[in-house]
Every structure is written in structure tokens, then in C-alpha cells.
Design a protein around this ligand. Structure first.
Ligand SMILES: [Ca+2]
Length: 183
């Protein structure tokens, strides 16, 4: 089966606000430095976070049998000089208690990539996965604005029709530097 539709609400911030995302700090959605559409998330005047989780517990039986693939991704960029600002993306697999059981963590990125880079994780959902979450961080580096932007997020899942018993045959991919936790 092919990957399904994007499970996120407002994945590209095109509502013009933070609908669907839980934000803290100075997270701001605005018409600037977009990757696509009209809006992106970024430009806090200080540190900010934003996250959104999707509930995939309806597929619990298939997940626990190792028969659900996930594809989690988002694009991130600086706008011009970073002024020491940084971003961090965590792509997470959560259990029923919303504890992290696996993730890809970009770590703190300070290299000022002015073009958008893809941060993506594709893997078989670990047994016990009930939620998939994208967690974003923008950190102010000492000047006045956090010049870090996020856009075009996606979380999709795929039900494996023919179970893959050979680990090496299971799809898995992660882009951009970072650490991988979990199987
Ligand atoms: Ca957008």
C-alpha cells in the first residue's frame, strides 16, 4: 500500500497562524521566507518551540506486528545571517503515554543554511507506537530575532501488506545530520 495522506493539521502554516500546532515562546507564523505557499513558522524575537502529534492508535495491531511504516519530514532554513541562532528538529515515535520510544534528533544546528533543507525519517514504527510527533525548536543566538524558519511538514503512514521479515529489506532513511534512537 502506498503512503496515505498527510495526517498533520496545517502542515505548511497556510492558515496564517499556529492552528494545529502547540507553540511556546515567541513562535510566529508570517509571510516571510516561505518554502511554499504564503506562510512559514519562524522569526521569534526569542526562543520558541512548536510541536504537533498525530494519533495512529487505530493501527495499533498492525503497528505492534511491525507492519506500519512512517514517513515524517519537515523543511528548515535560516533567513540570511543566523547571528548565532540555531534550530533543532526531533521526529518522534511516542507510546500510549506519549513517552518517546524512538526518534531522529537533528541536534542543535547553527550552520546558516539559507536554503531549506529536508529533515526526514522513514522507518517501521516500533512496537508500541501510538503517536508520531514533530518537535521544532528555534533558539535566539544573542541578537534580536530568531532567524529560523520551518515549512511544509508531513507525517504519512503506510500499511505493509506483505510483512518484511528481513530487517535489511525494511525501508529506512534519515536525512541531514543527527542522531537516531530506537530500532
Ligand atoms: Ca507554507
Amino acid at each position: 500500500m502506498a503512503y496515505g495522506s498527510n495526517l498533520l493539521t496545517n502542515p505548511g502554516f497556510e492558515t496564517g497562524d499556529g492552528t494545529g500546532w502547540t507553540t511556546s515562546g515567541t513562535a510566529t507564523v508570517r509571510n516571510y521566507n516561505v518554502r511554499s505557499g504564503t506562510y512559514s513558522l519562524g522569526y521569534g524575537t526569542a526562543n520558541y518551540t512548536a510541536y504537533q502529534a498525530v494519533d495512529i492508535s487505530a493501527y495499533a495491531t498492525a503497528i505492534d506486528a511491525g507492519n506500519v511504516n512512517a514517513d515524517i519530514l519537515i523543511y528548515t532554513a535560516f533567513s540570511g545571517a543566523s547571528e548565532g541562532d540555531s534550530w533543532r528538529v526531533r521526529l518522534q515515535y511516542l507510546n500510549s503515554a506519549s513517552a518517546v520510544i524512538a526518534e531522529v534528533d537533528s541536534g542543535t544546528i547553527t550552520t546558516p543554511n539559507t536554503g531549506y533543507v529536508l529533515k526526514e525519517d522513514i522507518r517501521v514504527c516500533p512496537s508500541g507506537t501510538r503517536y508520531l510527533r514533530i518537535y521544532l525548536y528555534g533558539t535566539e543566538g544573542g541578537s534580536t530575532n530568531t532567524d529560523v524558519y520551518f515549512d511544509d511538514a508531513s507525517i504519512t503512514i503506510e500499511l505493509i501488506v506483505v510483512p518484511l521479515t528481513n530487517y535489511l529489506n525494511k525501508p529506512r532513511r534519515s536525512r541531514f545530520p543527527g542522531s537516531i534512537t530506537g530500532i
